[in-house]
Structure formats: C-alpha cells, structure tokens
Design a protein around this ligand. Structure first.
Ligand code: NDP
Length: 248
C-alpha cells in the first residue's frame, strides 16, 4: 500500500476542530496512531472519540513551550514516540491594522508563529529517534501570496511560518526529518463559519472550482508530506485552494 501511515505515531496540534480534525481523521484512517492536542481537553477527547481508531486527546496550549512539551511527552508515552508532527493550531480573529491593539497582534503571533516554533522544538527530540520524522505545517495562502482586510497580523504569521520552515528544514535534514507546509485556501471549518454566511458565499463564487474546500482536501495533502514516500521532499509547499489564487 502506498502512502500508508500504518503504525506511525502522529501528533496534531489544534486537532479538536476544523482542519486539524480533518487531518487527524485522514491519518487515523490511513493507519496512524494519532494524538490530538488542543486547549479544551473535552473537545479534544470528543474529537478523538468521534474519529476512533485509537485516536487520543491530550490538553496542550501552543503558546507555552512547557505546555507543549508536557503534551508531547504524554503522546510519546502512549504511542511509543512521535514520527509525525502536524503543527496546525492557529487562530484568525479579524482587526484592521488602524484599530489593532498591540495585545491583539501578540495573541495571533504567539499562537500561530511562536506556537509553530514551540511545537517543532518540542517534537524534534522524538522525531530524531524516529529516523523518518515528518513535520507538516498548516500555513495559508493569506500572507504568503494574498492579503485580506483585517488579517495583517494573521498574514504575517502565515508568511512567517514559511520563512521558519526554509531554515528548519535545512537544520533538521541531518536527522532525516523533513519540514513542509500545506497552504489552504478557504476551507469550511468552525473558525471560517464564524466569519459569516456572506463571506462564505462571496468567496465560493470567486473560486474557479466554485466551492470552499473541505478539511479532507487538506488532510490528503498533509498525508503526502507525512508519508515515508515523501522522504526526498523538504522545504516545500502545496497550495490547496480550488484555484483561488489563479487569475481568471
Ligand atoms: P478552527 O478554529 O476550526 O480550529 C482551531 C484549532 O486550533 C482548534 O482545535 C483549537 O482548539 C486549536 N487551538 C487554538 N489555539 C490554540 C492554542 N493556543 N494551543 C493549542 N491549540 C489551539 O480553525 P481552522 O481549522 O479553520 O484552522 C486551523 C489552521 O488552518 C490554522 O492554522 C489556520 O490558520 C489554518 N488555515 C485555515 C483556513 C480556513 O479556511 N479554515 C485557511 C488557511 C489556513 P482549542 O480552542 O481547544 O485550543
């Protein structure tokens, strides 16, 4: 079987909802032993129970390195190590830069960018012993390629993740660890639904494939980067956006 994650130990930050939950489900169905990490343990456990296949929920907050280290230690103890990290946890509150407070900026940067650093740093000791470690970041088209009103802080973090990746992949290559990023377009998740129906309709109409993406669309792209077969691919991105960034 190709692209099987059979018996690979996976942690997914922000796996209790949305894209992270979609990644967790696709990976679990591909044979992986998945641990979901999120702040609200009740939601992490509920998502794990819904997915099944031995999926497990652990509490963790990516804004705290100590919290992530404790969560990954629990995941590694349960599944005998960590082979794959999906650093996916992220938030996208909207605020125009003229109205944005320093605290609003910090909250998004601390979760999306510093949180990615914390997750990667905490995972590396386990991924080194795996021998075929994989790191998959959830970036976005917003920031690296496009912009959107209210998301200057968010776009900065999503572009920043790619800058982080391009050095991390070089530093970690000697351990056989790859680092790649999925760049979703507009994907139907709890977070996106919170932006309102008008936003979703306008967006869907502007996308060449005329629909928003599903969390499984992202899960299958992440599955490729996480697979043993992708061992010669590092520092790369894949855009999953229904053609949104292409000029019509
Ligand atoms: P959701 O709001 O649906 O889910 C976010 C997840 O992250 C939840 O599991 C949440 O759980 C967790 N989370 C939030 N803050 C933290 C934290 N500090 N520590 C640990 N976990 C945290 O978001 P999406 O699924 O839509 O987005 C997921 C990722 O995908 C983000 O990085 C986002 O930027 C990216 N993305 C999303 C797009 C979309 O269209 N939806 C498009 C492009 C990128 P809890 O609150 O319990 O901690």
């Amino acid at each position: 079987m190709t692209q099987s994650l059979k018996d690979r130990s996976v942690v997914v930050t922000g796996g209790s909802k949305g894209i992270g939950k979609g990644i967790a489900r696709v990976f679990a169905l591909s044979g992986a032993k998945v641990v979901i990490i999120a702040r609200h343990i009740d939601q992490a456990e509920a998502a794990a129970a819904e997915i099944g296949h031995g999926t497990f929920g652990v509490a963790g907050d990516v804004t705290s390195l100590a919290s992530v280290e404790a969560a990954f230690a629990a995941a590694a103890a349960r599944n005998g190590g960590i082979d794959v990290l999906c650093a996916n946890a992220g938030i996208f509150p909207q605020a125009r830069l003229e109205d944005m407070s320093s605290e609003q900026w910090d909250e998004v940067v601390d979760t999306n960018l510093k949180g990615t650093f914390h997750a990667v740093k905490a995972a590396v000791p386990y991924l080194k012993t795996s021998g075929q470690g994989r790191i998959v970041l959830t970036s976005s088209i917003t920031g690296p390629i496009t912009g959107f009103p209210g998301w200057s802080h968010y776009g900065a973090t999503k572009a920043g993740q790619l800058g982080f990746m391009r050095t991390a992949c070089i530093e970690l290559a000697k351990y056989g660890i790859t680092v790649n990023a999925v760049m979703p377009g507009n994907i139907i998740t709890e977070g996106l639904v919170g932006l309102g129906e008008a936003y979703q309709k306008t967006m869907a109409a502007s996308i060449p494939l005329k629909r928003l993406g599903t969390v499984e669309d992202i899960g299958h792209a992440a599955l490729y980067f996480a697979s043993k077969e992708a061992g010669y691919v590092t520092g790369q991105t894949i855009i999953v956006d229904g053609g949104q960034i292409l000029p019509e």
